[in-house]
Structures are given as C-alpha cells and as structure tokens.
Write a protein that binds this ligand. Structure first.
Ligand code: ADP
Length: 555
C-alpha cells in the first residue's frame, strides 16, 4: 500500500514536470521551427524588404517630380507673355537658368520663338540637338497647336500643369537622356494662348540633378531611422547601365525597380542592398535563427534535466526522511520496552539471586545508554542541520580517549560474541579535539561494525600515527558495502537498500554525523570495503590542525 502510494506520488510529480515544463517547451521549440520553415519557404524576409524597397522607390519618384516641377515653376514664372517674346528675352531667361538647355514659345500669331544656351552652341552635338528639337517644335506646333492647347487645358483641370516628353540626343556615338515639359501660357487678358516648352539640360540631369536627388532621398531615409542601408540607380528603358547612381552603388542585379512616370518618363529607378542580396540576407537570417533556436533547445533540455534531477533528489530525500521517522521510532521502542519489562520484574521483587538483580540493573543501564546515544545522535544532527553545532576543542591524549571510550563498551562487544582487538601505538601525539564528539564518532563506527556483522564476528580498533596525521581505524569482517554505495552512506538518512541492513535498526544518521565531526576537525573519513568480507573505516585527523588549533587557543 505504502509503496504504491509513493510510486503514484512520484509518477504524479514526473507527469506534472512533463506537462508543465517539457510539453510547453517542446511546443515552443516545434512551433518556432515550423514558423522559421514557413518564413524560409515563403521567403518572408525577402518579401518584407521588397515592400520597404517599393516604398522607398515611390517616395523617391515623388521627390524627383516635385523637384523638377519646382525648377520648371521657377523659369515659367519669368517667361515672357505671348507677343512680348523674342529671342533676346529667351536668351536672358536661359542665362539665369543654366539647368535648362532649350526654351521654345509658340504663339500662332507670331510663330515659334526659340533659344538654346548660347555658351553650349559651340558643341556640335548640342547644336544638332537644338536644331532637331526646334525643327520638331516648329512642324508640330503649326499642325497640332489647337489639339495641343486643348490637351494641356484638359490636363490642368486635373492639376497637371506640365506635359513631359523624353528625348535621347546623341553625344558622339552614344545617346543621353533628356526630359522636357510643355505648358500653356497666356497674356494678361487670358485670350491669347501660347505653348511653352522647356527642355532640361541633359548633362545637368545626368551629372547633378539625378545624383543629388538619389543621395538626398537616401540621406532622408537614414534620417528617418531606416537601419538597412540601401543604394539606388537610374537607368534607361532598354539600357541597364546606370545613368546616375547614389553614392555606394556597387553594381549587380537590383532587387526592385520602378518605371518612372511624371517628370522623367522612360527612366527606371532601381534599388538594392550594397554588398549583398536579399536572398543571401534571408539565408543568413534563417540560419542565425535556427542556430539560436538550437541553442535555446539545448538550454531548455539542460534545464529540464536539472529540474528532473533535483525533483528526483528531493523526492528521494523525502522518502529517506519518512523511513527515518519509522526507523527511529522502532529504535526507541525496543530499549523502552526492555527497560519497562525489566523494571516491572524488579518491582515485583520475586527474583531469587542477587546476581539476577545485578544482571537486570545492568540491562536497564545499557538500554538507557543506547537510548541516550541515539537521542544524542539526533540532537547533534539537528544542531548541525541548523548550523548551531559548536565544538569544544581541547588538548587531548588520543590514546587515552580511545581506551576510555572503548572500555565501557568492551564488555558489551565481547558479550555479543565478538573478537575484539585494540591496537594503540605509542607515538601518537596529543591533538586538540572535541572529546565528546570524537568519542561519539568512534562509538558510531564500532556500533555499525556490531550491527553489520553476521557470522564472522570481529572488531578491531587501531590508533596510530601516519604521515602528518593520526589515524583511527575501525575494522570488521561483516557484510561489507557495495562499491556504488560507498559515497552515499555518508549522506544523511541514507541506508543501504540491502535486506541485511533493512533488518537492522538504524536511523541513517551515524555516518553523516561522523563525517561532519571529522571535517570540523580538519580531517576526513575514508572507507575501504569488500562486500561479504568486511569494512574498514578510517578517521584521519591532521596533526597540523591539532597544533594549529592549539596555537590559536593559547594565543
Ligand atoms: P545506520 O543508522 O543505518 O547504521 P549510518 O549512517 O551509521 O546509519 O550508516 C549508513 C549505512 O551505511 C548503513 O545503513 C549501512 O547500510 C552502511 N554501513 C555503515 N557501516 C557499515 C559497516 N561497518 N558494514 C557494512 N555496512 C555499513
């Protein structure tokens, strides 16, 4: 019944541990792993970056358009009214707006007035560009003037004041991107409408406008606290070599592109991370996360094993304690009932001989001594547990201490049929020890030898000086201790789970007390044993400690 209850308690504990700790931990790890797998499969990291990139491109395009419109508004505000325009007024306008290459004004009454940056006309490519554009403007405006006016009017109703065209004039054997804007102008009466055309300088766009805009967009991004540094470039529709790039552009495949609408038709804006690709980043991210997950799993597993061990230890201790209570009650009951039995017999006064009286008194005395020894052990133990045990070290002749302690016990040992041998060397120095505690240690060892011997009843006590220490040995030819138990027998409450031991009374406190006492003297207890052959317990006390303590005491 008892065993069953304990087992179910243990099972319950382990089940609780598994349900409360192992299961949630395992679930957490498995869910995280599944989540990571999904992220990996769906390229979640890449997608998140791409969304960000689209956003950056959209903002950039807006800024490009706004800046171009500002520049156009500036020159437009100084445009001559239709009728008042002549080549000179346009020349002056260009002089104060170097970012513009050509301006045209078409008024059906006066025809086309035009101007190109005078300083650039020495360049053949530029002159060809100027001629080509003005030829185009002349022919086109004459034919399509009305249609163009109504188109521009329609657009301005929607808030668009400029109609943009792109153009790719040649520079040597290459072409260069250029953008220009058409708009409506009117004289003060508003009746006479003319069409203005401003064409940006291609080199200005390529060398100043685009790089500056790209850099300013990225700086703005950084100021907004964007952690991932990005780089951008602009390229033509069919030409993937960058027309302009932000600082740090390192070539390679862009991650996301956007075809520009608005001020710079025919151009695409591209973005990427410098020095790496999103795919590589994603891989690194997933790998790092898997590593972290693995580390956490190991930590969790370690924690669970530790908890498991601790619980098992606590439960073993709880079991030992309950065994202890029943063992001690047993041990108390036997001497008590003996004492009562013999005392009652004596009380009746019917004993015949004086010897019998003597024998009974002696039994009562011995049993009460046993009781005292047991209770002293328990008291000592509780003092040690509470950290209140104090030792009274005094200069002691160890030979005398051992002899006196055994003297009162010798009779009992020999009565129990034991061969008792006592070897005390001559050269044993005096040590500073707590006499009572030392005597108790010795008695505990001798008592164990008495308890754990069967047919071969022998007890030997040896006291001698070894290198730097005084050794006190208790030898028996008893049941011995299996090797795996030897370290445990010094633990509190611990008793070897052998039926031979079980049948012997004991509290499991004796050896733990001996070890505590000996350690308090700076020494150690050693055990050598062969199961079935016998055991040898050795209390080894350092002579140095004794002398050191003596010095301390005399100081
Ligand atoms: P107990 O009250 O059980 O004797 P101890 O702490 O003195 O407690 O001893 C712990 C255990 O060590 C004993 O239960 C016994 O199994 C084992 N033991 C101690 N001394 C001996 C010995 N001389 N021979 C065999 N086993 C011993």
């Amino acid at each position: 019944m008892k065993a069953k209850r304990q087992w179910s308690g243990r099972t319950r504990m382990m089940l609780t541990l598994e349900l409360a700790v192992v299961l949630p931990a395992a679930a957490l790890v498995i869910l995280s792993a599944i989540h990571l797998r999904t992220v990996q499969r769906d390229r979640g990291v890449e997608a998140a970056f791409q969304r960000d990139f689209y956003q950056v491109l959209k903002i950039s395009e807006k800024q490009f358009n706004e800046r171009a419109t500002d520049l156009l508004d500036d020159i437009r505000s100084q445009f001559p009214a239709p009728g008042a325009a002549c080549n000179e007024t346009l020349d002056r306008l260009l002089a104060s707006h170097p970012y513009v290459a050509h301006v045209f004004l078409y008024d059906p009454n006066t025809g086309l007035v035009r101007s190109s940056q005078p300083s650039r006309l020495g360049n053949a490519d530029f002159r060809a560009e100027s001629d080509a554009l003005s030829g185009m403007a002349d022919g086109w405006m004459k034919v399509d003037y009305k249609e163009e006016v109504s188109r521009l009017e329609g657009m301005s109703k929607w808030g668009r004041r400029y109609d943009f065209f792109d153009n790719n004039p040649s520079r040597g054997d290459k072409h260069i991107y250029q953008s220009g804007a058409l708009f409506l102008t009117a004289d003060s009466s508003g009746g006479n409408k003319a069409i203005g055309w401003v064409v940006f300088d291609a080199e200005y766009l390529r060398d100043h406008f685009f790089p500056q805009m790209l850099d300013s967009v990225l700086t703005h991004q950084e100021e907004q606290g964007e952690k991932n540094q990005v780089v951008m470039m602009l390229h033509g529709k069919y030409d993937w070599t960058p027309l302009a790039a932000s600082a740090g552009w390192d070539g390679g495949e862009p991650e996301v592109e956007r075809t520009l609408e608005g001020a710079f038709p025919g151009l695409s804006l591209a973005i990427k991370l410098p020095g790496t690709t999103l795919a590589a980043l994603e891989q690194r991210f997933v790998r790092t996360d898997f590593l972290i997950l693995a580390a956490i799993t190991v930590l969790l597993a370690g924690g669970i094993v530790l908890t498991h061990r601790n619980i098992a230890k606590e439960m073993a201790l709880a079991r030992l304690k309950s065994d202890f209570v029943s063992n001690v009650s047993h041990e108390l009951r036997t001497p008590l009932s003996l004492i009562r039995l013999y005392a009652e017999t004596l009380e009746m006064g019917r004993l015949k001989s004086q010897e019998k009286y003597h024998e009974y008194y002696s039994i009562i005395r011995k049993e009460s001594e046993r009781l005292t020894a047991l209770i002293n052990n328990i008291l000592d133990f509780s003092r040690i547990e509470a950290g209140r045990k104090e030792y009274d070290f005094r200069e002691t002749d160890m030979r005398e201490l051992v002899r006196n302690t055994l003297e009162s016990y010798r009779y009992q040992i020999e009565q129990s049929g034991f061969d008792f041998e006592e070897k005390i060397a001559e050269n044993v120095p005096a040590l500073r020890v707590d006499r009572e505690a030392m005597a108790r240690s010795l008695l505990n060892l001798v008592n164990n030898s008495l308890k754990y011997s069967q047919d071969r009843k022998y007890i030997g006590v040896n006291l001698y000086r070894a290198n730097g220490s005084v050794n006190l040995e208790v030898v028996d030819h008893g049941i011995g201790i299996p090797p795996q138990e030897r370290s445990k027998i010094f633990e509190k409450f611990y008793r070897v789970g052998d039926p031979l031991v079980h049948n012997t009374k004991g509290s499991g406190l004796g050896l733990s007390l001996v070890r505590h006492i000996v350690q308090a003297h700076g020494g150690e207890v050693l055990v050598e044993s062969t199961p079935g052959q016998g055991s040898k317990f050795t209390i080894s006390l350092p002579v140095v400690f004794g002398t050191h303590a003596a010095k301390l005491a005399s100081a």
